[in-house]
Design a protein around this ligand. Structure first.
Ligand code: Z5A
Length: 210
């Protein structure tokens, strides 16, 4: 397999990080070289941006541009080099997070967000996006069970509902790229769906997930 780019998306507590590590192990056991990474914060500069983004209340445009700066750096320093050397890249959040959180959550103009995403990515999009979908009450219960809440986790229930609706809209808009995974069940059941989605995509690269 040449370089393959898979992003994992969803609201807080959807299980992205848990599933990304299971998936990395599974792919490695099949002989693939796998890189796991995340946004915001997948580079040294990104770590500083992450601190600003998650621990301060910033004006919305500032927030949007900092996510874009994090992404442009991440692509140049991490994603492109890995894809060029034929690795499988698993990325915890990417451009769909910006659409869902800044667009649907914050209510920023979706066209503006697309423009900023295009500038940041130069058009690099995942081959496959696994959208781990959970009801907001389930995701927040899991995330809040861990203690300290960051600025976004402290947003209202309605904010997180809008974010989830953003993912629903994206999945409808890009059915070939985005696979909805029912992430409300136990870890192994969720992982089984992910393996099936990936196997389906390998068999039929142009197929729709839903
Ligand atoms: N953000 C943005 O606004 N715009 C952007 O463009 C980008 C990001 C790129 C990043 O935070 C924040 O940045 C994010 C959006 C914003 N919002 N917040 N906050 P983050 O990276 O720190 O947080 P996160 O991505 O939301 O991660 P998370 O809360 O850790 O969720 P997760 O990775 O999906 O879940 P997890 O860590 O795998 O699991 C959470 C807990 O649930 C943990 O205790 C697990 O053991 C448990 N878990 C996992 N799966 C299950 C199942 N299936 N059943 C039961 N329990 C489970």
């Amino acid at each position: 397999m040449p370089g393959w780019f898979i992003s994992l998306e969803g609201i807080e507590g959807a299980g992205k990080t848990t599933q990304m590590h299971l998936l990395a192990d599974w792919l490695q056991r099949q002989g693939h070289t796998v890189l796991t990474t995340w946004e915001p914060g997948g580079t040294e500069l990104g770590q500083s941006l992450r601190q600003l983004l998650l621990h301060h209340r910033l004006p919305h445009r500032t927030e949007l541009l900092l996510y874009a700066a994090d992404r442009a750096t991440h692509i140049a320093e991490v994603l492109q080099p890995a894809l060029q050397t034929h690795q499988v890249v698993l990325c915890d959040r990417y451009t769909d997070s910006t659409v869902a959180y800044q667009g649907y959550g914050r209510g920023m103009d979706l066209h503006l967000i697309d423009q900023v995403n295009t500038i940041a990515t130069g058009g690099l999009m995942p081959d496959l996006t696994l959208w781990l979908d959970v009801p907001v009450e389930v995701g927040l219960r899991r995330a809040r069970g861990r203690g300290d809440l960051n600025a976004i986790e402290q947003e209202s229930f309605a904010f997180h509902e809008r974010v989830r609706q953003g993912y629903q809209a994206l999945a409808k808009q890009y059915p070939q790229r985005i696979c909805r995974i029912d992430a409300a069940s136990d870890v192994e059941t969720v992982f089984k769906q992910i393996r099936a989605a990936i196997a389906g995509r390998w068999r039929e690269p142009a197929s729709e997930c839903q």
